[in-house]
Design a protein around this ligand. Sequence first.
Ligand code: APR
Length: 253
Amino acid sequence: MALEIDQLAEALAASHAAIAFTGAGISTESGIPDFRGPNGVWKKVDPAEFTIDNYINNADHRARVWSQRAASHEASHEPNDGHHAIVELEHLGIISSVVTQNIDGLHAAAGSSIVLELHGTMREVACLSCGDRLPMGDVVARVRAGDTDPHCARCGGLLKSATVSFGQALPADVIEDAFRRARECDLCLVVGSSLVVYPAAGVPIEAKRAGATVAIVNAEETDLDDLADVVVRGQAGEVLREAVQKVRAIQAV
Ligand code: APR
């Protein structure tokens, strides 16, 4: 792994317009399970339950989702070394923005300036009819007060966390911006994603197609390892912490 981290550090040090593309694997060291790893969420529950159609048509499913949300709302997770390393790479003038599939808000909490959340955010709630948005805490308070299937106060529509469920469209402006950044970057640093969900996984492909270097840091094989110029098999926190130290040493010369 040492050789690959050297290759990663050299690629990062040579970049002036990198983007980071992250998935659930960058947050597991913060205590948030991923989806397809050895202890992934989809190994315990059926992803077919989490389609937008099931959410809209199945009141029992909605009640279960809101009850779990209300139980875990205050559970706080802190950014880990992986998130902090990406912020340091921004401060070193290497990474300009983060495109993430994650809904946990940890990149912003770590201090990344520009974060594109392709799959939305758990911090807010949206009305599926009128689009009205409100803080998750306000709706959790209603659920805890007995409103087990909260509807929009404005139009009566269904409320749902502002995350993108299977079958739901990604926010068009965000996905467009992400693909533009992929085309304009000179390096796409992919961290903690199995790269099996589209259109998100198209971002590193777009970067490669536009001539950027693609570097993947992941604990397991990914669907796009063959496309990458650098692949580092390891834990995101440790790998990125070491890579940043090596970049600093290269830049100091
Ligand atoms: N360091 C490096 N890699 C890790 C770590 C870690 N500490 N922990 C887990 N991983 C790797 C896993 O081996 C796995 O290959 O991160 C990858 C996470 O892949 P997924 O669980 O598939 O997560 P992600 O790629 O973000 O999923 C994309 O699928 O279910 C949907 O909407 C959900 O945004 C999610 C999307």
